[in-house]
Design a protein around this ligand. Sequence first.
Ligand code: IVH
Length: 702
Amino acid sequence: MDDGVKDPADIKNRIQALREALRHHNYRYYVQDDPEISDAAYDRMFRELQELETAHPEFASADSPTSRVGAPPDAALKTVRRSVPMLSINNAFTDADIYDFDKRVRKHLRSDDPIRYTMELKLDGIAVELVYQDGMLIQGTTRGDGVTGEVITANLKTIKTIPGLLRRQDNSFPPQRLEVRGEVIMTRDGFSRLNDDRLRNNDPPFANARNAAAGSLRQLDPAVTAARPLMMFAYGIGDFSGIDHYASHYDLLCMLADLGFTINEYTRPGVTINDVIDIFRHTETIRESLPYDIDGMVIKVDSLEQQRLLGATSRSPRWVIAYKFAAVQETTTVESIEIQVGRTGTMTPVANLRPVRIGGVMVSRATLHNEDEISRKDIRVGDTVLVQRAGDVIPEIVKVITAGRTGRETIFRMRDTCPACGSRAIRIQGEAATRCVNPFCPAQIKERIKHFSSKGAFDIDGFGDKLVEQLVDRDIVRSFADIFRLDRSVLMNLDRMGEKSADNIIAAIEKSKQIDFNAFLYSLGIRHVGEHAARLLADAFNDVEQLMAAGTDQLDEALRRTEKSAGKKEERLVVSDSVKRFFEDPHNQELVRQLIDSGVSISYRRSLTSRENRDVSGKTFVFTGTLKNFSRDEARALVEQAGGRISGSVSSRTDYVVAGADPGSKLEKAETLGVPIMDEETFARIIRSGTGEAPFPGGDPQ
Ligand code: IVH
């Protein structure tokens, strides 16, 4: 202990309080599928209790949540005791925790040799167990409290990835008895479709895919489960008889695959503890692009003999650990709700939150999207809420923790005037957004100027938000072309502006005048024209005059040219219609003319770099094997031209490995590290197309 002696009574009270709280939260999470706190907050309480109990063994208790799994089962469902308990897994949160785990394993096994691990995704779903007798599925249960599970056989039978009858590929007899364990999950797509349906039917939406999967499984009517998009990944076994001897966990997984179960494709057998860290880092970067939620990775000693020697504590086996990703959800309170006016006048309500650290970043604001979203989630000022931050996306409120309400919360009402200019705000029928209709609204102008000067548009270095706000507030800049009329003396009159910074800004403005056609189009802030659409338009038209004169058909044709938008005619029409209307407006024609008169020079070269091939630009490639259609030097030149890099060896920092004929050990290394591998054809396609189309599903952040 750090600060000297603590009163034993205080410690005992704290332990009791933590135990009680954890029991309550177990119940909310496992039985009601409706947690009241974030997983991270739960993990913190759990660790605090674990540490106190370790430091004070005199207060140990067999029924502490630290020595139990899950929560008692739901009274509405039938329950059953299982022969081999389903234990839990210890959590690791840092690399040091992982190295400690490896050290403990080797110490226990009295081994100096490197341990081989199998690494799996930690799927964020519901643990289930399936009992097969002579190949027939006779019972399916939830984990429950580990020993006692809830019987949900009929529900599990409706899931397509759960075989009702086991069959080996070679038609030999299935095992006499086999208990298969795995995770039932709902994909993110399935989850959002389900929630859309529920909202249409006025049913309360689920907070996340895990809760939706849990709620779908614990139904009294299997027809409800059957209608839900569920699947199962198998990751282990319980009791068994009549099966061969298997040497490793991975062999077991292969046996399960042979019997008809689905094994997760990201499973990595036979890795060392150093690989574990690399793979974890890499998986963290692809986490958002997976079709389902994961909350970490599970690391298992691969040798079954070593697993046996290691054994288990009452709560968890010693041969496995879960390395958890930094949390993406936390609880906090809504301090106020304010309205932000965007560049097209959209009035977006934004929640000011009591600052909270999520995944290493302080979060103090969350978007509330629009009025309907607020009333759908019933978010009130003063509420305790669960906040989520994922990747670069703006933080969002997942749900209100209604148990935290005091009655002093206030309901939000959308205002009918713009907070920035006082003009009337309207909500068009059929649209969710309320808009300020004044095109000269200073808030809109500020946002348009910020967009105009941002990266991907004119990219004016040093043109930050504070500067833009001053320039608009003082009426110095009202339209884009005003930026190019700025001079040193005007800038030097502004707050916090020295000679040097003024000069730098003038130089940056001057430099920005040379601009690629696609960036120019993007900078105009045409509704529905993001970087992708701007690139398509820039590729299809010779110059801005031609684009300005184009009809809807021509625009539609230009946008049709990638697979990405090919199927979605309606979306394309929204974009082409918006572009057409923009350029029909005489003000906007004047705007383009003014920009060109101010010395803006649009570059129409259609090289790869001008199109910013996002699949290649900034990415590191490694080549292995012989390419048919390129020499290594040609391949290097193409990658570098498109803004990418070539490296000689594979590491966790490699973005893609291109494998030609007879690839070498680099291919194996790439496989171990989970680096995407492409063949020569794919490489040729992405290096030539520059369409922004991702070579791997989910590989493209847009
Ligand atoms: S193995 C004793 N493997 O994580 C080890 N569990 O707290 C048995 N989970 O509820 C579990 N993905 O449902 C294992 N690849 C994986 C997993 C996994 C997710 C869940 C499991 C359990 C929780 C452990």
